[in-house]
Every structure is written in structure tokens, then in C-alpha cells.
Write a protein that binds this ligand. Structure first.
Ligand code: ATP
Length: 201
């Protein structure tokens, strides 16, 4: 059986990953959203629930719902604890992704993840796309999108890689400082290149 090609799609908070992922999905390219799936697994996977409850105590789940604010406050400024959290969650998400891949059929698949590099999951990808935009533009977009404060957004940015780091390890870089029309043009260009590259392989 031909091995499925996996495209990693990454970028910092508010960079435009989900917008691009939606356009891939509209072209019938299967997309795995690692952040969404990780959230689901943290709430539903018995192994994760047990291990996180052991690590962080009773407050980890409030009435069965993961208390992300509490856990974030615990790991903030504690790299070792954050590492332990990741060691519990990431392997389960990686396995879930592998199972998902087995059920897909397409010229290539997209794995969307904000922390593709930070989590190590870039290693499973055949090729990586980063979407990049200036920090202040990203903050403004997220402010318009949801109820986060600028301070919260900056805090999350600090835990993520910088665009310069992502660019260094990416095969394609999609700039997103302009409007959605310009982003769409970049997307079509990269999409067509990917099709050429993988349809015949
Ligand atoms: P997160 O990591 O926070 O999930 P993301 O990288 O998935 O963010 P999107 O959700 O795609 O980013 O984009 C952030 C917001 O900015 C969305 O509301 C989206 O519609 C908007 N947006 C993205 N690109 C542009 C653009 N070029 N012009 C205007 N708005 C945009």
C-alpha cells in the first residue's frame, strides 16, 4: 500500500492555520486538528484523565470537565511540570492521529497544530507549511475573533516558537499580513504545488 503523505500545517496563535485548514478541507483534503483533538482526548481518554488527576490533584477535572485554567496556572513558570503534562498528553494524541491516518484516502493529509515543532510531531510530517504574520496583526485578529485579552494572547505567544524559528524548518512559508484574498492566492499556489508533487508519487 502507498504510504500516505502528511503535511504539517503550523503557525502561532492567530496566524491563519484554521482558515487554511478549512480551505484544504473544502478541496477534500482530510485535516486533523491536533489542538481540537487533544482537547477532546484530555476530557475523554481514561488514561489521560487518570494520569493528569494523579499529577495535578482533584482540581484537574471540575465535574468531569478539564480545568484548563487551573492546570495552566500550575505549569506556568514550571518547565518540569509542563514537560510531565506533555509526556502524558502527546503520546495519546500521536496514537490517535496514527489511527486516523489509517482511515483516510487522499493525495495527501494535513495535520494542523499550533505547536507542531514544540511537541515534536513535525517528525511525522513529510513536509511542513508555516503561516506567518506580524505579532500585532495576530493579536488584533484574535481580539476580534474571541474574548481573550491582549495580555492572555501575549502570554500564549510566549510559550510558542517565534516565526523566525518556524521559517527555518519549513518547506513552505505562507505570509498572512494582508487580506484574506491575498492569503487565498498564496494558498492556491501552495495547494497546486502539493498536488503536483504528491498526486504522481
Ligand atoms: P489559533 O492558533 O488561535 O487557533 P489560527 O492560526 O487558527 O489561530 P485563524 O483562526 O485562522 O488562526 O485566524 C485568526 C482570525 O483571524 C480568524 O477570525 C480569521 O478569520 C482571521 N483572519 C485570518 N487571516 C486573515 C486575513 N488575512 N485577513 C483578515 N482576517 C484574517
Amino acid at each position: 500500500m502507498k504510504e500516505m503523505k502528511i503535511i504539517g500545517l503550523t503557525g502561532g496563535i492567530g496566524s491563519g492555520k484554521t482558515t487554511l485548514a478549512k480551505w484544504f478541507a473544502e478541496k477534500n483534503i482530510p485535516v486533523y486538528n491536533s489542538d481540537d483533538e487533544a482537547k477532546k482526548l484530555i476530557n475523554e481518554n481514561p488514561e489521560i484523565i487518570e494520569k493528569l488527576s494523579q499529577l495535578f490533584g482533584k482540581e484537574t477535572y471540575k465535574k468531569g470537565v478539564y480545568n484548563s485554567k487551573f492546570v495552566a496556572s500550575q505549569v506556568f513558570n514550571d518547565k518540569e511540570l509542563l514537560e510531565k503534562l506533555n509526556q502524558i498528553v502527546h503520546p495519546v494524541v500521536f496514537k490517535d492521529f496514527d489511527d486516523w491516518v489509517q482511515n483516510q484516502k487522499a493525495p495527501f493529509l494535513v495535520k494542523e497544530a499550533a505547536i507542531l515543532f514544540e511537541s515534536g510531531s513535525y517528525k511525522d510530517c513529510d513536509l511542513i507549511i508555516s503561516v506567518v504574520a506580524d505579532q500585532e496583526i495576530r493579536i488584533q485578529r484574535v481580539l476580534n475573533r474571541d474574548g481573550s485579552s491582549a495580555e492572555e494572547i501575549r502570554k500564549r505567544m510566549k510559550t510558542q516558537w517565534k516565526d523566525e524559528q518556524r521559517i527555518e524548518f519549513s518547506d513552505y512559508v505562507i505570509p498572512n499580513n494582508l487580506g484574506l484574498e491575498e492569503l487565498r492566492e498564496e494558498f492556491e499556489r501552495v495547494y497546486n504545488e502539493l498536488l503536483k508533487r504528491f498526486e504522481s508519487s
